[in-house]
Ligand binder design. Structure first.
Ligand code: NAD
Ligand code: IPM
Ligand code: MN
Length: 343
């Protein structure tokens, strides 16, 4: 079978890191007998420039019919204040594909421990399951001259399916623990969230469940990150907490993610288009390269390919080859080449 992979390079550093990810895929494929074809489609700001739409119909059709999607990043400050923005394309494709569970693992590399802002990062190993197609992102937004509002809503079904995803994730991990993060002391959506998560937990008696309010969770990520195994939380809290968590690893530039639901799975770094460093060949490609690894493991059941890529990344970092965000001077291309050599 030939795997059909749609690639969405997007904006800013997107094309630079996508090129790196695809080089690694090309190099690993013959080693694992992975047969694939690529279909590059317009997305984000690049698609607005070309078609006026951040998610053109052709891109959406291709994405729906693919076996997996690789996305780099979208976003460009030139659209600030514009009515049509690249981010709308990203939200819409997540919704259209029903990608309700965004998996954001945190890995702290031995070679990057010195970059962590906290002193003790031993035994930090958790994954955040961020709800991705609901909440305030998708409620009605109204903006008037002197008043604005964003509606946050969640249905029981939306909470239940992402909670099940989190418990099933925890069942596959040694510690089998879920921390559900909410703001139930204030928000109605969070009251329902906590109730539904408690109900779902009864079906997973082998998993330990604890609840944490989001503000103190943000504090514990810094003071006691060892306490977390699987975090499950709503869309906005998950967005914020995972950027915070990535800083424990010393950089945003090494954090990959996968999104799952009813349609084609989607693989992307957690960071954005980094306009401040775009076009300079200094972006860290590791987030994209690890997204390729997640794709091989989760969409194509190819543990060997994923493990090979992850080992090559780890070895490259252990050998002290660092991009600028890691305190080094390796360009995107040098870093990618170093990873390819170690494959
Ligand atoms: P950002 O994640 O793009 O960048 C934050 C900081 O991290 C910047 O200093 C950037 O240079 C650095 N950084 C990020 N990725 C890096 C990498 N691979 N290597 C080295 N440094 C890296 O966040 P932002 O600046 O707040 O947002 C910029 C744009 O990206 C906005 O338009 C935003 O909407 C968009 N965005 C898109 C996605 C996505 O496509 N999934 C995610 C987040 C933000
Ligand atoms: C992310 C991004 C997006 C989000 C933006 C670009 C809409 O920050 O993928 O984390 O908030 O989901
Ligand atoms: Mn984000």
């Amino acid at each position: 079978m030939t795997a059909k992979i749609v690639t969405l390079s997007g904006d800013g550093i997107g094309p630079e890191i996508m090129a790196a990810g695809l080089k690694v895929l090309e190099a690993v494929a013959p080693k694992i007998n992975f047969d694939y074809e690529l279909d590059a489609e317009l997305f984000g700001g690049a698609a607005i420039d070309a078609t006026g739409n951040p998610l053109p119909d052709k891109t959406l059709e291709a994405a729906k019919n693919a076996d997996a999607i690789l996305h780099a990043a979208i976003g460009d400050p030139k659209f600030d204040g514009a009515e049509i923005r690249p981010e709308q394309g990203l939200l819409r494709i997540r919704k259209e594909l029903g990608l309700f569970a965004n998996v954001r693992p945190l890995k702290i590399y031995e070679a990057l421990k010195h970059l962590s802002p906290i002193k003790n990062v031993e035994n930090v190993d958790f994954v955040t399951i961020r709800e991705l197609t609901g909440g305030v992102y998708f409620g009605e937004h109204t903006l008037e001259a002197d008043k604005a509002q964003d509606i946050n809503d969640y249905s029981r079904a939306e909470i239940e399916r992402v909670a099940r995803f989190a418990f099933e994730t925890a069942q596959k991990r040694p510690r089998k623990k879920v921390t559900s993060v909410d703001k139930q002391n204030v928000l109605a959506t969070s009251k329902l969230w906590r109730k539904v998560v408690d109900e779902v937990a009864k079906d997973y008696p082998d998993v330990t469940l604890e609840h944490q309010l989001v503000d103190s969770c943000a504090m514990l990520l810094i003071t006691n990150p060892q306490k977390f195994d699987v975090i499950v939380t709503e869309n906005l809290f998950g967005d914020i907490l995972t950027d915070e968590a990535s800083s424990l690893a010393g950089t945003l530039g090494c954090s990959a993610s996968s999104s799952h639901g009813t349609g084609t799975a989607f693989y992307e770094p957690i960071h954005g288009s980094a306009p401040d460093i775009a076009g300079q060949s200094i972006a860290n490609p590791v987030s994209m390269i690890l997204s390729v690894a997640m794709m091989l493991r989760e969409s194509f059941d190819n543990e060997a390919g994923a493990a090979m890529i992850e080992a090559a990344v780890e070895k490259t970092l252990a050998d002290g080859i660092f991009t600028k965000d890691l305190g080094g001077d390796a360009t995107t291309q040098v870093m990618t080449k170093a990873i390819l050599t170690r494959l």
